[in-house]
Design a protein around this ligand. Structure first.
Ligand SMILES: [Zn+2]
Length: 478
């Protein structure tokens, strides 16, 4: 931000404070004094600079992004600490102190992004190209939007001089996308938890929906499925392809994969998904609404599951623990019976799933001693309780959504994927995923991890304002 704009903001703050008859340091009433039109250039500058730093992981090199954040924050007098298990993959923590009346708010975002296949991209994936009202590039939706929003909130908090009832902490973490050696959230939670301990956290994982230019839904992620993996290993006698054998491991493995593929795991709702489908029924077209209501009934009909499996697979996954085969490995030659065949399964368990019992049930259903179930136990995200829908933070998010987007529906969601909020929730931090708005078509066709990742520039600005308002509402002195 230039000096003249900085002065203009301070002046506006002083005038606003005078108008509401209070003295600096100012109150939450001053939120309205942020001139968002004037902030756009600075928001865009930081966002583009962050996208332009290639932090694809592995290897990550998140320290380059941390250096940018550190420089920017320290230039305005905000103290910054860095924590690195690997010097190239640093994490950063900045804190603005409150009076300690309440426990801190943590703003978390990851600085790494997934890799790119450059030749598939229509633009330079690290160019942060502005085109057709969008900013294009790897990380524009995952998660440099949240990094930029958190950075701006810290800068604006510091400039405003707003008195706070709780500390506001910004954690820019490494290794969310790929972290084989635990340099990111496992390191911060395991070794430096006192630096990030908080009552509430805001992070990635939420979204908002635009329809005909109007923001109609705000999705707040309150819980997520628990990723687990296992391998099926079938063993038999190797031999010549001309002599059939009843212990051929391919035959046994195929039968086991088919059995698990045909198994419809039981449907189960929790507080979040119950509220989600209930609210969705309130805004969906009549036929869809009827189906969502049926899900909430005591005995949903079996045909309903078929419908969701075929037509709404995302919702189908939200209803149950899913068990999906993803890799098959078998065979060395067309005339050779191998002694072993393997299949890998991706399990996405409901948050309350009893994992050992689930694996025992998998073994029982396969019912074949030639096929062993081997859990894959590396880099497990912890099982964590859902964040509450009646907390101060959740209510604030609802209020801010109502103020900024009158008439929009706020939906609590359970992600079928996973985020680093799992580690925070496991430590008792009530964590909520928020995100910028896009059309349904953009979410499907231009989403995170795609070769055409992009974000509407206007959505970026509104998302920064949303994060700011939520932060001020939960943290400012009452
Ligand atoms: Zn992400």
């Amino acid at each position: 931000m230039t000096q003249s704009r900085f002065s203009a903001l301070r002046l506006a703050a002083v005038i606003a404070a005078a108008l509401v008859g209070c003295t600096l340091p100012s109150s939450a009433a001053q939120v309205s004094s942020v001139n968002w039109k004037q902030q756009e250039a600075e928001i865009l500058r930081h966002y583009r600079a962050l996208v332009q730093i290639d932090t694809s992981s592995p290897p990550g090199n998140e320290t380059a992004a941390v250096d940018y954040l550190k420089r920017t924050l320290e230039a305005e007098g905000i103290a910054v600490k860095t924590f690195a298990l690997d010097a190239k993959r640093a994490n950063m923590v900045a804190r603005i102190k409150g009076n300690g009346a309440k426990r801190p708010l943590l703003l978390m975002a990851h600085t790494d992004v997934v890799g790119v296949q450059r030749e598939k991209w229509p633009v330079d994936p690290f160019g942060a190209v502005a085109k057709d009202g969008y900013i294009w590039g790897r990380g524009t939706r995952d998660d440099k939007d949240n990094v930029a929003a958190n950075l701006m909130v810290m800068l604006l908090l510091k400039r405003s001089g707003l008195a706070l009832d709780r500390d506001v902490i910004f954690l820019a973490e490494s290794g969310e996308e790929a972290d084989p050696s635990g340099v990111g959230i496992p390191f911060m939670v395991g070794r430096h938890f006192e630096e990030i301990d908080a009552e509430f956290a805001l992070a990635e994982g939420g979204s908002a929906t635009l329809e005909d230019g109007k923001l109609t839904q705000v999705a707040i992620q309150t819980t997520e499925k628990v990723p687990r993996r296992f391998r099926l290993v079938a063993t038999g006698t190797s031999g010549h392809g001309s002599v059939p054998r009843i212990d051929n491991p391919l035959t046994h493995l195929s039968a086991a994969v088919a059995k698990l593929g045909a198994w419809e795991t039981p449907m189960r709702l929790n507080e979040t998904t119950r509220a989600y489908f209930g609210k969705l029924a309130g805004i969906a077209a009549p036929k869809s609404a009827a189906r969502y209501r049926q899900l909430l009934s005591a005995q949903p009909p079996g045909a309903l599951q078929r419908y969701f499996a075929e037509s709404e697979p995302q919702h189908y996954s939200m209803l149950r623990t899913s068990i999906v085969p993803t890799i098959l490995k078998a065979g060395v030659g067309p005339n050779v019976i191998p002694s072993q065949a393997e299949a890998t399964f991706d399990v996405r368990a409901l948050p309350d799933e009893d994992i050992p019992r689930l694996f025992a049930e998998v073994t029982r259903r396969i019912g074949d001693p030639a096929v062993k179930v081997e859990p894959i136990t590396t880099n497990l995200r912890p099982v964590s309780p859902s964040s509450k829908l009646d907390s101060e933070m959740y209510r604030v998010l609802e209020t801010v959504a109502a103020e900024m987007y009158p008439g929009a529906t706020v939906l609590p969601t359970m992600a079928t994927g996973a985020t680093d909020m799992a580690q925070l929730r496991a430590k008792g931090i009530q964590s909520y995923g928020i995100g910028p708005a896009s059309t349904e078509s953009d979410s499907i066709n231009y989403g995170a991890h795609s070769d055409v990742e992009r974000l509407l520039e206007s959505s970026l600005y509104r998302f920064v304002e949303f994060t700011w308002r939520a932060t001020v509402a939960v943290a400012a002195k009452k």
